[in-house]
Each structure stands twice: as C-alpha cells, then as structure tokens.
Design a protein around this ligand. Structure first.
Ligand code: PLP
Length: 456
C-alpha cells in the first residue's frame, strides 16, 4: 500500500516509511491510496483470535512486512494485555461496554502504542537505525508511549510532562519505569510549555536530523490502524449483527478508526461522537462550524482538546478527497481559528455528536454502578451518556471504554460514594522507586538533555 498526504504535496511512501514519518512533510496527514474492502472475508474472519483478526485487518494496509514477521509483531504487542480477548465486551442491560483498557497502562492508547513500539523496533533494526522519540504529554499518551518503547535497544524515549500537573497515577506510570532508554522529564511549567518546546525542537531541522528525532503522536497511521481492529472484534463478539458505536473523543483518532472500519465494509449503523465540555467536534457535526475555543479542564482530562489532530483525515474524505479544497479549509482555520462547511450536503451519514457535561457524566457513573454494579471511568461515562441519548434504531450499541476507573479515582469514587476505583497494578506503583529529571521549561535545557543522553 502506498500513502499520500492529505495536502497532496508529497511523493507517495510505503507503509514502513509512513510509520516512521508520522506527519507528512507538507504538514498534512498520511492516508492510504485506497481503502481496502473486506467483502466476503467478513464472514470468514468469524472466530479468529484478536491477534489473528488484527493480522487480517492490517495486512492489506502494509505490504512491505513479510507475513511471519507481521504476525510475530502483532502477537508480541497483544501478549502484554491481561485479558485473553484483549478487548472484551462487557454487557450492561441496554448496551455493551468494550473494555479497551486491559493493556499495561490501563488506557486504550496501549492498543495502538504496544503495536507501534513493535513496529518501530522492527523497522529500525532492518535499517540499522536508532530513533530518539520526543513527546509531550498531559497524561495518558506519555505513559502508554513509554510502555510501548521501554527496553527496546534501538529506541530512546524522552517524555516531557508538566511537573505536578498530571494525575498522580499518570506521573507514577511514567516515573517508575526503570529501563535505561526511558527518560521522563519533569518540566517546571504547563502542558502548553511542554508542547511549545516540542514544536520548537521539531522545527530545528538540523537538530532533528542529527538526533534522528521521532514522534509518537496520535496522527501516526499505525495508531489509527491498530484501533480499527477492535471495531471488527466487537462485531464478532456481539454476534455478527450491524452495530452502533459510541466513542469518547478528543483528537478524533479513535472515532476515525471506526469511520474507516465502516468504509472497509463493517456494518456500522451509527457512530456517536461524544465530547466533554470541549465541544468543538460536537458543534461541527451539529452545525458545520469548526471553531477553536479555549481549553476547559474537566474530569475527563484526556479529552480536554480543542483542535483535534486527526480531524484533517475525515475532512479530506468529506471534501471529496480534494487536497486543494482541504488546504484551503486548513489555511482558513489556521488564520481565523474557524471554518464553516456549508455545501448543503449532510456532514456525514454515520457520525452524530453530543457534548456531555460534568453533572451528567458523574450521574452516569453513579447510575451504572447502582443499577449494575459496574464502574465506568469518566471518559467512558461521557460515551455511555451520549450513546444512550443519540442511539436511533434497535441495533446493539457498543460504548468504547477508554480507561480503567482506577486511573481517575477522585471523580469515580466521588460519584459512587466509596473508594472502589482501584486496580492492583495502580496500587503496586506506590512502592516502586521513581526516576525523572527536573528541567526548566526551556528548549535549550531539553536539547542539552537529549545531547547528553540520546544515542545515535
Ligand atoms: C486519548 C483518550 C481519549 C480520546 O481519544 P482520541 O483518539 O484522542 O479521540 C479518550 N479517553 C481516554 C482515556 C484517552 O486516553
């Protein structure tokens, strides 16, 4: 498979290059030259294990990794999960919760980042290269990226986090990893400071080239692909009937994977996009207006995002795969902070959207616990609330559970009135030795650290 940029100004690249590249060099996002169709294979895949299903779904998108190798990488990635089904469905009265949090850091980002770690290591080894990954995190991404890269001989990973401003559990998940190739940088500043440093370092092209710097952000094509698989898995686990999905959304990565699954031919009747008070996406799908606002801090912090980095992929298809029209829309958004899609056609025939506020989120956690004895984390609760409000037909509804409740104990315990949001792996973190390097919020300090500790 070859990959092009949404902005249409790069040469096509093969899968392995697309994975290492992350962002296209013209600033766009990579998209495949065509979307593979599942056709009658859909029936043939019934009964496959998650790794075997992942192999089938992924292989038409790959093309430059031999079958035995791709299978081995996928098997290794999902052997780290503590559920045999990897992404099991938990039935509630009126819907299914799909638990995507059985990986090492108890958040759904592990599904993608465990595989990405394997792919990076494999590709770098074949090329005899070393990669220094640099990232900035406000929480889940950093710990999941570290869990995917730890112990790999041809990767060093440097993750900046705002000291004291992530949740205590997220911080422990980053600072208690003992592997020498992991560098947790406790920045004396905000998440915005960390991101500004990151962007500025990536703009320094000579430095980036000298240290072979790479990123693991949510626009990486391999991350999107890994997420497509669980939509298929849900289809078989729920008895091979058409399904509706509700997806708690921040960067539009997870829900874009569902949209792609539908375009491949998976029978999805509805994709319900759920946001918290940061509602730029739900406003867009309800009105056509996409306008940047100020980030609001909520009890579902991993969705406290205004500009959704994967949204450009959806927009590219929505604009008829017209790179020029896409460039125009992105330029208008970059200049004025807004653009309006008003070509008279419906925005999308699958996606409908709703924002869910704090009170409704907490009430959903309380009610599901009281009625069914099941704990939802705040992100998942946003999806359950929106799913219940917007579902239309009689099709089964699958709500994606993106984090284990123990990652957000304050909100969950408050909602259920008891300290129930625990997990043995979270408890275990408290006793481990911690290792991180405090640094000022300065580009020079971070660069100096990479020069001292990075490898080439
Ligand atoms: C990242 C994250 C999300 C949002 O996922 P996107 O792909 O950015 O839409 C939702 N919930 C949790 C717990 C997350 O970590």
């Amino acid at each position: 498979m070859r990959y092009f940029s949404t902005r249409g100004q790069t040469e096509p690249v093969a899968f392995q290059d697309a994975v290492l590249m992350g962002l296209a060099s013209d600033g766009g996002l990579l998209i495949p030259e065509s979307i593979p169709q599942v056709g009658e294979k859909l029936d043939a895949w019934a009964g496959l294990s998650f790794p075997d299903l992942a192999f089938e779904v992924l292989s038409p998108y790959v093309g430059d990794i031999p079958e035995v190798d791709l299978r081995r990488l996928i098997n290794a990635a999902y052997a780290t999960f503590d559920s045999k089904a990897v992404v099991p469905l938990h039935p509630l009265k009126d819907l299914y919760v799909q638990e995507l949090w059985h990986g090492p850091t108890l958040a759904f980002k592990d599904v993608a980042l465990q595989l990405l770690g394997q792919l990076f290591e494999y590709i770098l080894e074949a090329r005899g290269e070393h990669l220094n990954i640099l990232g900035a995190t406000s929480g889940d991404t950093g710990s999941a990226a570290i869990a995917g890269a730890r112990g790999r001989s041809n990767i060093d990973i440097f993750i900046m986090f705002p000291e004291g401003k992530t949740s205590p559990i997220q911080e422990l998940q980053m600072t208690t990893v003992a592997d020498e190739n992991v560098h947790a940088l406790a920045i004396d500043g905000t998440f915005d400071d960390c991101q500004a440093i990151l962007k500025s370092i990536f703009r320094d092209l000579p430095f980036k080239a000298r240290w072979h710097l790479g990123a693991v952000n949510s626009v990486n094509w391999a991350r999107v692909l890994a997420q497509v698989v669980y939509y298929f898995h849900a289809y078989y686990a729920a008895g091979q009937k058409p399904l509706a999905f509700s997806v708690p959304t921040g960067n539009f990565g997870d829900i874009f994977a569902g949209w792609l699954a539908a375009k491949m031919g998976l029978p999805i009747t509805q994709l319900i996009l759920a946001t918290n008070e940061n509602d730029i996406l739900s406003v867009f799908f309800n009105t056509g207006r996409y306008a940047r606002g100020d980030v609001k801090f909520t009890i579902s912090p991993s969705m406290d995002i205004q500009v959704a980095s994967n949204f450009e992929r959806f927009l590219f298809y929505r604009l008829g795969e017209n790179a020029e029209a896409l460039r125009g829309a992105m330029e208008s958004f970059a200049q004025s902070g807004a653009f309006h899609l008003d070509d008279g056609a419906p925005i999308d025939d699958l996606i409908c959207a709703q924002a869910v506020g704090r009170e409704e989120t907490l009430a959903t956690i309380t009610a599901v616990h009281e009625e069914e004895g099941y704990l939802l984390d705040p992100h998942t609760a946003v999806g359950v609330a929106a799913g219940r409000a917007l579902r239309k037909g009689d099709e089964p509804l699958v709500c994606l559970a993106t984090a284990h409740p123990s990652k957000f104990p304050e909100a969950v315990n408050g909602a259920v009135g008891a300290p129930l949001a625990t997990h043995p792996r979270v408890e275990g973190l408290a006793g481990l030795p911690k290792r991180s390097t405090p640094l000022p919020a300065s580009e020079d300090a971070v660069k100096a650290f990479i020069e001292a500790h990075g490898r080439r």
